[in-house]
Write a protein that binds this ligand. Sequence first.
Ligand code: ZN
Length: 65
Amino acid sequence: MPIYEFRCCRCGRVFEALRSVDQGPDGLSCPDCGAGQLEQIWSTFAAGGSAGGDAAAGSCPSGGG
Ligand SMILES: [Zn+2]
């Protein structure tokens, strides 16, 4: 099973999880805050090691609480 990266929409925590190809973040929870709102990260262009980065496109809903 491949390892996918997920980012928490709540606290921004990034973690890896073993998921099937068909499976998404469904059923996963943030190991930090426990939020279930996660977005899958498709890091393919990632290069170097610069911290930060808000320009990354995500599926997290903006606004609201
Ligand atoms: Zn979180």
